[in-house]
Design a protein. Structure first.
Length: 416
């Protein structure tokens, strides 16, 4: 791949990002690296989201400093990874900022230590040009120099952002063959931003969808976990269906002409509620969303009331749930959590609100997930009554927990 590319520079007056939009700790990291004589930029999704007027979840940084050089500059740094070492810089309240060394354009994808795919090359360090070109999408290939507030564009990403296009960097077929998970990322970013997928990229996804079976199934599951809490999960599933990718992830949703994804099904309504909740700041549990999927694909109806009656009569709930997710590698512990969650949900749904007692759920570790599941599947007045009883229980538990924390804190102060 030719990396002799002259970047297009966008000065501060040519874009919408302000210095105060950048996380304070991320800026401090960049400044310290630059003072030490290294190049350092905020990169990837953080730059993309800022240009779209969104608040980034993360501020990742790339630099020409090696992992060892980064660690020597930051006492609060830990080096992780085997194939490609990354620096994690730790701050208060569990905050972590990831700093990576510029990578070569021909290397393995961002997959952590669970790599299982066609790429066999060891990762190599590179330059800022190769680091930009090796990224998956043009809209994720932008760098921001926070000292000058200049956006650096090697991949025509600013054009695609303005035009609302999701485009793979390089030849799509080659990039998807290297790492089929890139197809899932292209679909996610199109759904999240309301962008259209570039025509060449779209055709390559349809032609290569089956390559997804060659990817590490751990990585595929991890990608789906990101999707369920994206706030646009229903749109993502629809695009996955249109591109043929859904057949290799959740083929159960395509049965009976995809009726579960039809506008009139309760399943679609539940997913709409999930997306609305996420967009309104609710932290969505992957276990809860997977339980919703399992409920519907284990049954034989698009209506929730029919599923409740059917599952309540069923004596083989565990066996029915075992048959779910035939193409998706859901970890055993996650399956156990899903089963327990659905069992509790069925029990509550079949209890008369007038005699409902919440005490047995007081120490349930899945109580927050259960509350989410009840809220998402709330269709009747009785559903609302049960939900409010459990919410009151959770609130009282939190008050007791906070009281204990204060009491312990005051005792420690006295001992000092």
């Amino acid at each position: 791949m030719n990396t002799a590319v002259t970047p297009v520079l966008f000065e501060q007056e040519q874009h919408t990002i302000e210095k105060y939009d950048i996380d304070d700790d991320a800026r401090k990291i960049v400044y310290r690296l630059q003072r030490a004589g290294f190049k350092a930029y905020v990169v990837g999704g953080g730059v993309r989201d800022l240009l779209l007027g969104k608040t980034p979840k993360d501020f990742d940084i790339s630099t020409d400093a090696s992992p060892g050089q980064i660690k020597s500059l930051f006492r609060n740094c830990r080096i992780i990874g085997r194939r490609f070492k990354l620096a994690h810089i730790f701050f208060a309240r569990g905050k972590i900022i990831e700093v990576s060394t510029f990578r070569d354009s021909i290397e393995a994808p961002d997959s952590g230590d669970n790599l299982a795919g066609p790429i066999k090359n060891d990762n190599l360090y590179g330059t800022e040009e190769t680091d930009a070109i090796r990224r998956d999408l043009t809209i994720n290939g932008l760098f921001l120099d926070v000292s000058t507030m200049t956006v650096i564009d090697y991949v025509n990403g600013m054009h695609d952002l303005h035009q609302g296009i999701v485009r793979i960097i390089g030849d799509p077929t080659t990039r998807f063959t290297e790492d089929p998970v890139r197809m899932l990322r292209a679909v996610r970013h199109a759904a999240r931003s309301g962008f259209r997928i570039d025509e060449t990229c779209w055709k390559a996804i349809i032609d290569n969808a089956a390559l997804l079976t060659q990817s590490s199934q751990v990585r595929v599951f991890d990608e789906l976990r990101k999707d369920v809490s994206s706030g646009c999960f229903l749109s993502i599933l629809s695009l996955l269906g249109d591109t043929g990718l859904l057949e290799f992830i959740l083929p159960e949703l395509l049965e009976n002409n995809g009726r579960l994804l039809s506008a009139e099904s309760d399943f679609s309504l539940c997913l709409e509620r999930i997306d609305d909740m996420v967009q309104n700041g609710v932290e969505m549990s992957a276990t809860t969303v997977l339980a919703i999927i399992a409920l519907f694909i284990s049954g034989d109806s698009i209506w929730l009331r029919d599923l409740v009656e059917d599952l309540a009569r069923s004596k083989g709930l565990a066996e029915r749930l075992d048959d779910c997710f035939t193409s998706l590698t859901v970890p055993r512990k996650e399956r156990e959590r899903i089963l327990m969650l659905i069992q509790k949900w069925i029990k509550i749904r079949n209890t008369d609100p007038s005699v409902f007692r919440a005490g047995s759920y007081k120490r349930l570790t899945l109580l927050p997930d259960l509350l989410l599941l009840l809220e998402i599947t709330q269709f009747t007045k009785e559903d609302g009554t049960r939900l409010q009883i459990l919410k009151s229980l959770l609130d009282s538990n939190q008050s007791v927990h906070n009281h204990h924390k204060k009491t312990k804190g005051s005792r420690r102060i006295k001992r000092m």
